[in-house]
Design a protein around this ligand. Structure first.
Ligand SMILES: Cc1cc2nc3c(=O)[nH]c(=O)nc-3n(C[C@H](O)[C@H](O)[C@H](O)COP(=O)(O)OP(=O)(O)OC[C@H]3O[C@@H](n4cnc5c(N)ncnc54)[C@H](O)[C@@H]3O)c2cc1C
Length: 467
């Protein structure tokens, strides 16, 4: 029986992996491969933190595959060309992969499908990244949803796929050349000195998932998830992004927890709805791919965004003088992550206080986040700017000072990420400095007056709306 190629993409695990399961079920020798991109650091859409996390995940995957007596083949270049070479070298009769939800991934899949048709071999794409693909969750009239609540009701009610067992055999290693496992040098990137990365790989992600569920964080999620200090959320977004855990298993474990602990059921439902937001934004991206180039809300496409480069750089460099904003940006630059509430605050600040176009923030986040997900990131930015599907209305502008009072009143989050403010009395983080003096030597004064900029935003939207 000819070998089958398993093309790893954003599914870097052996447990509950749909396409890998199919590859093994075929009974053929499985040739596992990962194709590295070859762009260098001029690329604006990723950076060292995410690529380092990827390197760690590949390292761990390769070890897990070796433990089964096989070997992960690493190649670099255009996926379709690398896969064609591998088909010729191994005589494979099929290429298996898990389908990618984003437009770039789908374009590569079309090329691979055409390749398989040309070579006369099987092309097997599996559903794996989501519980429900965009075409499964439609209105009664077969149309895509534009707002979340009816989407989520439909999504929650649909039956969910069962989990699959961990793969325990892959057949002998294929005798073909492989590149070494990558390091950041492959992309000409270097880790920043302050970097603090989460542990990569399937085992570390599984530990995070278990910790989230058994330690009480899930049970308290409904009441605490908006507080950015300490761990109040699952911290699993990067693990879902790289497929270190399966969405099916995460969902099933949460439901099982709710069944065993009825008091946690409300929190589990709240958490499950967040998982639905992830798929809602993937569905928006699928049905309305133009969101990558323009506002979802067509009536707002003529709004001006006169933000300056200087303002953008202050935001990007965590030097705005708004402690909650700077703490969030510091967390991003250090870890490649940011708490969701703070993502909303910094995104609204960039768009509504500094008047920079949301696309600038979207690109910066995508470059720095280790959980960068095209749909969620675009959705989060358009939500914050007020231009997106089911977005915050543009006139509802969050005040960073009162947001701080509400979500970080003791300044724990701020002091953690801005240690230079450790000695400052926390209430001072909740209003612009009254005495006109900086909070600490070297820390900037607020670069704008929120009240003034709020009025300016309302005027800009009023002038551009429906223009
Ligand atoms: C401006 C902006 C940009 C964002 N960019 C991304 C991104 O690139 N990648 C990303 O995964 N999330 C993004 N989010 C959503 C959210 O902030 C993160 O998913 C969350 O902070 C990850 O932490 P967690 O795993 O602890 O989340 P939890 O609160 O534990 O949520 C569980 C899971 O649900 C999903 N989720 C939660 N909230 C959202 C949401 N609002 N939209 C979509 N999915 C959600 C994530 O997969 C997350 O892991 C963005 C939000 C905003 C406001």
């Amino acid at each position: 029986m000819p070998a089958v190629i398993h093309w790893f993409r954003r599914d870097l695990r052996l447990t509950d992996n749909s396409a890998l399961h199919e590859s093994v079920r075929s009974g053929a020798q499985v040739v596992p491969v990962y194709v590295l991109s070859t762009w260098k650091k001029a690329h604006d859409w990723t950076g060292p933190l995410r690529q380092q996390f990827l390197c760690g995940c590949l390292d761990s995957l390769a070890k897990n595959i070796e433990a089964l007596g096989s070997r992960l083949i690493i190649s670099a270049g255009k996926a379709v060309e690398e896969l064609e070479k591998l088909v010729h070298e191994t005589g494979a009769g099929a290429i298996h992969f898990n389908r990618d939800p984003d437009p770039f991934g789908k374009e590569v899949e079309r090329q691979v499908e055409a390749l398989c048709a040309r070579l006369g071999i099987r092309c097997c794409g599996s559903k794996d990244v989501v519980l429900h693909e965009p075409g499964e969750v439609l209105t009664g009239g077969g149309q895509p949803y534009r707002v979340f609540t009816p989407y989520s009701k439909n999504w929650l009610a649909l039956p969910k796929m069962r989990t699959l067992p961990r793969v325990t055999a892959l057949g002998p290693a294929a005798m073909v050349d492989s590149l070494p496992l990558p390091t950041l040098a492959h992309w000409d990137l270097k880790l920043p000195e302050q970097a603090q990365l989460l542990a990569p790989g399937e085992r570390a992600a599984r530990e995070r998932m278990k910790h989230f569920i058994v330690s009480g964080i899930l049970a308290a999620y409904g009441t605490k998830r908006d507080l950015p200090a300490g761990q109040t959320t699952s911290s699993l977004s990067q693990d879902l992004r790289f497929g270190l855990i399966s969405i099916r298993e995460l969902y099933a474990r949460c439901q099982a927890h709710a069944a065993e602990h009825p008091a946690a059921a409300g929190s589990v439902l709240t958490y499950t709805k967040e998982l639905a937001w992830r798929e809602f934004y993937m569905a928006i991206l699928h049905h309305f791919p133009q969101v990558l180039e323009q506002d979802f809300n067509e009536t707002l496409r003529q709004v001006d965004w006169p933000g300056t480069d200087e303002a953008f750089q202050a935001w990007a460099g965590a030097r705005t003088g708004f402690p909650i904003v700077d703490a969030g940006m510091r967390q991003l630059l250090t870890t490649g992550l940011m708490h969701n509430r703070v993502r909303m605050i910094v995104a609204m600040f960039l768009t509504k206080d500094l008047h920079c176009h949301w696309m600038r923030g979207e690109q910066f986040f995508h470059q720095h986040l280790i959980d960068a997900e095209i749909g969620s990131n675009n959705g989060g930015w358009q939500w914050s700017a007020g231009t997106g599907a089911d977005a915050a209305p543009y006139f509802r502008i969050q005040n960073p000072w009162t947001q701080t009072l509400r979500y970080d009143p003791a300044g724990e989050y701020i002091k953690h990420w801005l240690p230079e403010l450790r000695e400052v009395h926390a209430p001072r983080f909740c209003e612009a400095p009254r005495d006109g003096r900086p909070l600490a030597a070297g820390y900037p004064l607020p670069i704008v007056d929120h009240g003034v900029e709020r009025e300016r935003t309302l005027a800009l939207f009023a002038a551009g709306k429906g223009r």
